[in-house]
Design a protein around this ligand. Structure first.
Ligand code: SF4
Length: 493
């Protein structure tokens, strides 16, 4: 059997799990195609990578893609030997069955080279080091005098002036030369193991476990667990279960919440969860209706959608700053009277002043404002900083917030919440028949990804369709809160 070349990404897959590497190499179709959120991560990576290269005007780009590896290797060799470029983008190197493309390769003034791996994060992470280490191993093995190795990330302290991106300030280099050098023997040993494994006749037998999520979520998880019979209410449903207690339960062979003995130490919330599962019924603690009676009429229900552009788009913002671009408000003036208002910023300029202006009009000055989590409070505070001339009104709005999440968390648990108080879990239990399954956008991460995609799109119709989908999603979130509040109010004490 001809063993396929190990790329950098395959090496990292193999570093996580040999079975993942096997699937990457031979059965890639077992992984689902990237969803909108993952595609957004890829798009952001490309955007950040392109800007990082712009810091080095005149650099040589080795454009041959993965289908033309031999051409890429040849062009890299030629350019380096000619000495005509002090910086190369995407140069290709191969050594002992491993092929890597380097994001940025710089010739150092005193001789030798520095390899740079660009990451679309705001900080250096330990998982970046093996990524650089395998490149260093290949480049040195291929005969290049690499003296420095660095990870290039965005700088979270950088603040965009709204006129021109200062690329030198936007990016920061983190030297990982020592760390990558310390891993060279490990890389060599792992490469040998991986190539031996790939040359074997069958896929390695590896059972799913914690390693499937560390350091990255494995895309083959659904495939690997297709025959697993999951516990009815597994111990994973216990909220905030400490790892040591989880291990203790596992050591005792306890998989089901209902089998946890009464003397086992649990928090009060975990105890409620166990009771609900064991008795197969909802547990109500205290008088929910009287807690909800604190709501001052008219009751408003507020939800924001936000996005976090890696490259700051608006003056005064930094990389990955959270920007609200949309809100929905339902207003309940009487049990049968419901009004809806929303705003979604459809343009390329800063959404925040428009969001603030419309929000102040939407919630008026009277009545409580229900949310589900403290996120809306955090966003209101951030908006007060971003739009200081409306800070007083925003602070007044904050003062009217009423968070439904702690009410549910403190007072009500149903086994079908399955350990989560997310509105996506709680809603179908308390309001049967209501959910998000009929919507194109059904979670916040996708909403954020779709909004960024729409801003990039030049297709007017596609853009409008996305905006309509986002409006439908945000409206559902606030309508869900209305129905939740009504359902909670009807629960007898
Ligand atoms: S799901 Fe887990 S066991 Fe399966 S390939 Fe991925 S990491 Fe390996």
């Amino acid at each position: 059997m001809r063993v396929p070349t190990l790329s950098k990404s395959r090496y990292l897959s193999g570093d996580q799990c040999h079975l993942r590497l096997w699937y990457d190499s031979y059965e890639r179709d077992l992984a689902p195609p990237p969803d909108a959120s993952l595609q957004a991560v890829f798009d952001t990576g490309h955007e950040v990578g392109r800007l990082a290269c712009e810091r080095h005007p005149g650099g040589h780009y080795v454009a041959h893609d993965y289908r033309h590896v031999r051409d890429a290797l040849e062009e890299t060799r030629r350019v380096i030997e000619a000495g005509t470029a002090s910086v190369l983008f995407e140069p290709a190197f191969r050594h002992e069955g491993v092929l890597v493309r380097v994001d940025i390769l710089e010739r150092l003034p005193g001789g030798g080279w520095r390899l740079g791996e660009v990451k679309s994060t705001a900080e250096l992470k330990s998982v970046h080091v093996p990524d650089v280490a395998v490149q260093l191993w290949v480049l040195r093995g291929a005969g290049l005098d690499v003296r420095e190795a660095a990870v290039v990330t965005l700088n979270s302290d950088y603040v965009y002036d709204g006129v021109r991106l200062d690329l030198d300030a936007l990016f920061q280099n983190h030297s990982v030369t020592d760390e990558a050098e310390a891993l060279q023997e490990t890389v060599y040993a792992r490469v040998r193991e991986m190539l031996d494994m790939l040359g074997g006749p069958v896929a390695p037998a590896i059972a799913p476990g914690e390693h499937c999520f560390t350091p990255y979520d494995c895309p083959y998880y659904a495939h690997c667990t297709r025959d697993v019979v999951w516990p009815d209410h597994g111990i994973g449903e216990l909220p905030f279960l400490h790892a040591s207690r989880r291990s203790r339960l596992e050591e005792e062979g306890i998989e089901e919440i209902r089998d946890i003995p009464s003397e086992f130490p649990l928090t009060s919330l975990q105890t409620i969860v166990r009771q609900a599962v064991q008795e197969q019924r909802a547990i109500v603690r205290g008088d929910i209706a009287s807690e909800l009676a604190r709501l001052a009429p008219p009751a408003h229900y507020l939800d924001f959608e936000t996005f976090k552009p890696a490259i700051p788009r608006y003056a005064g913002t930094h990389p990955f700053q959270t920007i609200p671009f949309q809100f929905s408000v339902h207003t309940e003036r009487a049990e049968a009277s419901l009004e809806h208002t929303d705003y979604l910023h459809e343009y390329d300029d800063d959404p925040r002043p428009y969001v603030v202006e419309r929000l102040i009009g939407a919630v008026g000055t009277e009545g409580s404002i229900c949310t589900y989590s403290h996120y809306e409070r955090t966003m209101l505070n951030a908006l007060a900083v971003a739009v200081p001339d409306r800070a007083e009104e925003l602070t007044a709005i904050s003062g009217r917030l009423f968070d439904l999440l702690p009410v549910i968390r403190k007072r009500y648990y149903h086994p079908e919440f399955r350990g989560s108080f997310s509105i996506k879990n709680v809603l179908p239990v308390l309001v049967p028949g209501m959910g998000y399954g009929d919507l194109e956008v059904s979670d916040g991460r996708t909403a954020s990804a779709q909004y960024m995609q729409a801003l990039r799109s030049t297709d007017r119709r596609e853009r409008q369709q996305t905006f309509d989908d986002l409006r439908a999603y945000c409206e559902r979130d606030t309508l869900a809160m209305v129905r939740l509040r009504q359902a909670l109010g009807a629960i007898p004490a």
